[in-house]
Design a protein around this ligand. Sequence first.
Ligand SMILES: Nc1ncnc2c1ncn2[C@@H]1O[C@H](COP(=O)(O)OP(=O)(O)OP(=O)(O)O)[C@@H](O)[C@H]1O
Ligand SMILES: [Mg+2]
Length: 169
Amino acid sequence: MLCQVADTGCEILLRSESETLRAGKIIAEVSKGVGIIYLSGSLGTGKTTLCRGILRQMRHTGSVKSPTFTLVEPYEIGDYRIYHFDLYRLGDPAELEYVGIDDYFSQPCLCLVEWPEKGNGYLPKSDLLIKLEVYKRGRIMRLCAGSTLGETMSARLTEDFPIKTQDPD
Ligand SMILES: Nc1ncnc2c1ncn2[C@@H]1O[C@H](COP(=O)(O)OP(=O)(O)OP(=O)(O)O)[C@@H](O)[C@H]1O
Ligand SMILES: [Mg+2]
């Protein structure tokens, strides 16, 4: 089970790419550089865009692409350590043991994990599980908090963006 606590049921609307980037900015602000964020959703739903928004707010100035040939892209920005995982190509979740997955999660850092379901059973619990889905010309973002940090992130995001039930259709 990816979401181990009661789903907060928050569904917000991100109407453009720039709104996804702004959601990332908010997550980074609340995180203060620490936390585990799972990013779930089919291909092309905006997971990497959200990571880009987070990393930009953490003062990363270069490009942000999903790691393709490695599972993880590390970023060292000042005192901050950010690890961007993309587990899409992971064949067997047990392979995560060979890359020393526990070492990444046992230090004070921000871990962003695309395709967390591929690592089922080998990843620690997340502070926030984000599920992205295409909706009209934008995206729906579903938020599922796993800790008080995740609850704070979720609360900040629902303050800043319209929730889906307010969409007139
Ligand atoms: N809220 C949004 N509304 C409309 N388009 C968006 C939104 N957020 C991101 N996009 C667009 O979605 C496309 C795919 O984004 P992105 O590469 O971040 O997806 P992804 O989920 O990481 O895909 P993959 O599973 O292939 O890694 C990009 O063209 C991006 O501009
Ligand atoms: Mg991606």
